[in-house]
Design a protein around this ligand. Structure first.
Ligand code: HEM
Length: 177
C-alpha cells in the first residue's frame, strides 16, 4: 500500500453511499410491498409511480457522480477478508452492485419512455393495465430481486468485518481524518 493511499473514502463518496443506501432500500421495500398492492385504477397509483420515477432518476444521477468519483478520487486499498476466495467474491459483489443499480435505472427509464409515463402522470393517458407488455418491466423485476440479494450479501459482509473480523472496516465509509 503506497503512502498516498487514503484510510477512508472521500467525504463526497461517503455522503452518496449512505444516501443511495437509504433510497435503494426504500425503493426496493416499497416497490416489493406497497406498489403491487395498489390497484391501477386507484387515483393514488400515478402519484406513487411519479415519486418512484423521480427517486429512481435521482439514484441514477447519484450513481453517475459516484462512478466519476471512483476514478477521480483516491480510494482506500481493497478490503482484506482474510482469504483469496472471499476477497474475489467481495470485488465481484461490488462490481455487480454497480451493474444492477445501472440496470434498474436503465430499465426504469426504458419503461418511462415506452409507457409514455409523462402523459400518465399529467392525466392525459390512463395508468397502463400491465407494465409487463413492455420488455424492460421483466428486467426491472428480475434486477430488483438480484439487487435485493446482493444488498443482503453486502450488508452481511460489512457485519462480518465489523463484528467477526473486528477490523472496523465500516469506518472507511464514514467521515474522519
Ligand atoms: C435504483 C432505482 C430503482 C429501484 C431500486 C426500483 C425498484 C422497483 C421495484 C422493486 C419495483 C417492483 C418490481 C417487482 O416486484 O417486479 C419497481 C417497479 C417499477 N418501476 Fe422501479 N426502481 C428504480 C428505478 C426506476 C425508474 C428510474 C423508473 C422510471 C423512470 C422506474 C419505473 C418503474 C415502473 C414503471 C414499475 C412498474 C410499476 C407497476 O408494475 O405498476 N423505476 N421498481
Amino acid at each position: 500500500m503506497s503512502e498516498n493511499t487514503p484510510k477512508r473514502y472521500h467525504p463526497v463518496h461517503v455522503v452518496i453511499h449512505w444516501l443511495m443506501a437509504l433510497l435503494i432500500v426504500m425503493m426496493l421495500g416499497v416497490g416489493k410491498t406497497v406498489m403491487p398492492g395498489i390497484d391501477p385504477t386507484d387515483p393514488q397509483k400515478p402519484m406513487m409511480l411519479q415519486s418512484h420515477a423521480f427517486i429512481g432518476m435521482t439514484i441514477g444521477v447519484l450513481l453517475l457522480v459516484r462512478i466519476v468519483m471512483l476514478f477521480a478520487a483516491k480510494r482506500p486499498a481493497p478490503a482484506d477478508a482474510g482469504n483469496a476466495a472471499l476477497n474475489f467474491i467481495g470485488r465481484a459483489v461490488h462490481i455487480l452492485l454497480y451493474v444492477l443499480m445501472l440496470g434498474m435505472v436503465a430499465s426504469g427509464l426504458g419503461l418511462f419512455q415506452m409507457a409514455n409515463l409523462p402523459a400518465v402522470f399529467s392525466g392525459a393517458a390512463p395508468y397502463p393495465a400491465n407494465f409487463f407488455e413492455y420488455l424492460p418491466r421483466v428486467g426491472h423485476g428480475l434486477f430488483s430481486w438480484l439487487l435485493l440479494g446482493l444488498v443482503a450479501l453486502h450488508v452481511g459482509a460489512a457485519l462480518f468485518h465489523q463484528f467477526i473480523k473486528k477490523d472496523n472496516l465500516l469506518a472507511r465509509m464514514w467521515f474522519g481524518k
